[in-house]
Design a protein around this ligand. Structure first.
Ligand code: ADP
Ligand code: MG
Ligand code: MG
Ligand code: MG
Ligand code: MG
Ligand code: MG
Length: 637
């Protein structure tokens, strides 16, 4: 995660004088860093997940946030250090801070490897993280893996509103992680924009519903959403660019399959996903930048990126803007399918090109630099050494929150070129979280080893992102998808516009017509072809069955299930309002499902979650250790 610098973030008015400096040096740092790592190769496949959790207090009359994220994180980090010697390498965990002061994030300390039996390590790592988190909870607390706190902005706690940071009438500043970075992000987004952020979501319509929209006014409504992210290490820079493109196409469909956000600010929304909410919650564009007309009369402020008057299509939290792969056999694909106009910082683009960075990558990077750095720490600007450090590049990179993130190797590390998929919504159980993580890993392996690609025009990817939000998208929506997989050796040749058609997720997963085999059969064929050990193969089968049943509608998404839970609750008044008691019961139920105390067949089918117990938190029996002798240790590479 972002390095949490110690120090004082500059207030926006002071930061303004440094924005240009950071942007210019950020580009220089990227160029130097790129040159240093351009030839870096890593033969091992590594990947890791990130899971975010919310901490909630339940009471007889409702539920509230438990603002103990920092406390819980340090407790767990300390305990992790104390138990270090007892925990096998593969069971070690890292705890990270998150935006909300009620949130915490976990990752495996070491990424998973490319051995097939490490696919099972994903779920056991997630389960032991959940068990450890349970250990840190107080008696009245729960930590279900729900995307959002249902009552955010709708609870009547006594904390003061209209704080100096978020200036929100709905939430107190106390909900923001107290590390200065998070407050500065919140305040500077608002100040750059010139007003409070404005979140608007469609309201679910029921018999007694009044109104047609849900409105919210603070970054916390978006950045307080919990998600599931997966990062993949690639062989080299070119593979990372190819993987970036493929994940950009997968991003919307993986979001639809994991849809888990039916509630916003105490009301049922008519969308199933969080993305639009987050996007609006951090939209720092000026009125001018958000305009729909072509020209602007405003002179703007020379210190801001594009003087604050460049028309920008999206918030800085958005889908990938352009494809970047430069593999010569696929080059025409990436370029041809980039059919969406990408705003770039012209001087950054010229500099990158002059330094020999190819057009596709130069465009990607110059697009990051149409935004301003949001947090600049006092005294830590001119001191950064462009020859060895990447702080200014990372400043922009880490606040361009896109569906996919292309991650150059971190400075001073062994890590190679990586790509992160950022659209998946966190699932109630680790069975599901592991299922989606593993599925993504395997789809990528299939695409790489069978030399397939799933390009569709970028405009269609963006349309897919929109469609993924719609209620019931997982089983009812259609998405733009290739009607055939490209045959190796003749990529793109003769490829026509009509090779992209609309498919349901079930068709995308299981196949359609004579030329599109479907992702799932390919995954299974692939596992078979590498001689995957039987234990892993059967676990993967359970994972793909779950995912296919989500798409067929046989099983519900967390979004559909939670909406039903609310609508059938005895306190529900058919008015789309999620009352405190409904929210409490929902959070309790979600927690119970997550720890395996309650089985929900409509969500999980026959897959019963074995109980997660805090007593076993550090006593990990991991697949890798367990199966070492029986497994063939075959790799996914
Ligand atoms: P961020 O929040 O910036 O995405 P995190 O540190 O929270 O970063 O998560 C990074 C993820 O990448 C973790 O899941 C981690 O296990 C994984 N990871 C770390 N090193 C590698 C690597 N070499 N290859 C692939 N994944 C890695
Ligand atoms: Mg993280
Ligand atoms: Mg992060
Ligand atoms: Mg996070
Ligand atoms: Mg991440
Ligand atoms: Mg939209």
């Amino acid at each position: 995660g972002a390095v949490l610098t110690v120090g004082r973030p500059l207030p926006w008015q002071e930061a303004k004088d440094k924005l240009t400096y950071v942007r210019q040096h950020g580009v220089d740092q990227f160029i130097q860093h790129y040159r240093r790592h351009e030839t870096k190769q890593r033969d091992t496949l590594l990947y890791g997940d990130e899971i975010e959790y919310g901490l909630f207090k339940l009471s007889s009359d409702g539920a509230s946030l438990s603002l103990r994220g920092g406390e819980v994180r340090s407790l767990l980090s300390n305990r992790e250090a104390e138990e270090r010697r007892a925990i096998p390498e593969s069971g070690k965990v890292t705890w990270h801070p998150e935006y909300g002061s009620w949130m915490v994030e976990s990752t495996p300390e070491k990424p998973y490897s490319g051995y097939t039996d490490d696919l099972r390590r994903v779920e056991s790592s997630m389960r032991s993280r959940r068990a450890r988190l349970l250990m840190a909870l107080k008696d009245n607390e729960v930590a279900p893996t729900v995307v959002a706190f249902p009552l955010l902005g709708a609870s009547n706690d006594e904390l003061p509103r209209n704080g100096p940071v978020a200036s929100s009438v709905l939430v107190p500043d106390d909900v923001i992680n107290p590390h200065p970075r998070f407050g500065a992000l919140t305040k500077n987004i608002r100040e750059r924009r010139g007003s409070n952020v404005e979140v608007i979501a469609p309201l679910f319509q029921d018999d007694n519903t009044t109104g047609d929209a849900i409105k919210a006014d603070a970054m916390a409504f978006g950045m307080g959403c919990c998600c599931l992210q997966v990062t993949f290490q690639c062989r080299d820079v070119d593979e990372s660019r190819h993987v970036y493109d493929q994940l950009a196409v997968l991003a919307p469909i993986m979001m639809a399959l994991t849809a888990a956000t039916p509630i916003l600010a105490g009301k049922l929304q008519d969308h199933d996903c969080r993305w639009d909410i987050v996007s609006q919650s951090v939209d720092d564009r000026t009125t001018d930048e958000r305009r729909t007309s072509l020209s602007s009369s405003s002179k703007g402020d020379k210190r801001l990126a594009g003087s604050g008057t460049r028309k920008l299509r999206t918030s800085r939290y958005s889908a990938a803007a352009s494809y970047v792969c430069r593999r010569c056999d696929l080059h025409s694909c990436a370029a041809r399918y980039n059919d969406v106009e990408v705003e770039v910082d012209e001087s950054a683009l010229q500099k990158l090109k002059k330094e020999g960075i190819d057009d596709l990558l130069a465009t990607h990077v110059a697009h990051l630099f149409v935004r301003d750095p949001l947090v600049i720490f006092d005294g830590l600007c001119e001191e950064v050494d462009d020859n060895t450090q990447t702080d200014h590049f990372e400043n922009l990179q880490s606040t361009n929150w896109n569906s996919v993130r292309w991650k150059p190797p971190p400075a001073d590390s062994n890590i190679g070129w990586r790509v992160e998929l950022r659209t998946m919504e966190v699932q109630l159980t680790d069975f599901e979280n592991a299922a989606f993580t593993v599925f993504c890993v395997l789809v990528l392996r299939v695409l790489l080893s069978f030399d397939l690609n799933i390009y569709v025009p970028m405009s269609k990817v963006h349309e897919n992102m929109d469609r993924a939000h719609s209620r019931g998208a997982a089983s009812q929506q259609k998405f733009w998808w290739r009607s055939h997989m490209v045959v190796p050796g003749e990529p793109c040749a003769g490829d026509r516009e009509d090779s992209v058609v609309e498919m349901t997720l079930l068709e995308i997963l299981t196949g359609k017509g004579g030329y599109y085999p479907g992702l799932v059969p390919l995954v299974l064929v692939y596992l078979d072809s590498i001689g995957c050990d039987p234990d892993t193969a059967s676990r993967v089968q359970a994972y793909v069955d779950l995912i296919v049943k989500r798409a067929s509608g046989e099983l519900q998404t967390a979004a559909a299930w939670q909406r039903d839970f609310v609508c059938t609750h005895p306190d529900y008044k058919k008015d789309s309002v999620v009352s405190p008691t409904i929210a409490r019961d929902l959070l309790q139920r979600c927690h119970s499902i997550g720890v395996g105390d309650v089985h929900e067949p409509s969500l999980l089918g026959e897959n019963v979650v074995a109980p997660v117990r805090k007593e076993n938190a550090y006593n990990v029996q991991l697949s890798r250790v367990h199966f070492q002798t029986s497994s063939s240790l075959c790799t996914l590479l």
